[in-house]
Design a protein around this ligand. Structure first.
Ligand SMILES: [Cu+2]
Length: 65
């Protein structure tokens, strides 16, 4: 399913890559699209929203509720 996350603290391509990799630790098949300007992360994944948000936060980025 397609899900959106508002992620704070991403400032460059490295951050976008780190968040993408974090999502893929819980779902290697996930499709991840990061928009650095808005902090919006679109994820196409079978995992639930809370699991993905947790993985992103483990990587050190804040996910807005
Ligand atoms: Cu960065």
């Amino acid at each position: 399913m397609k899900q959106s996350f508002q992620v704070q603290g991403m400032s460059c391509g490295h951050c976008a890559h780190a968040v993408t990799q974090a999502v893929r630790t819980v779902d290697p098949q996930a499709q991840v699209q990061v928009d650095l300007a808005s902090g919006k992360v679109d994820v196409e994944s079978s995992r639930d929203h809370a699991t993905i948000a947790h993985a992103i936060e483990e990587e050190g980025y804040k996910v807005a509720a």
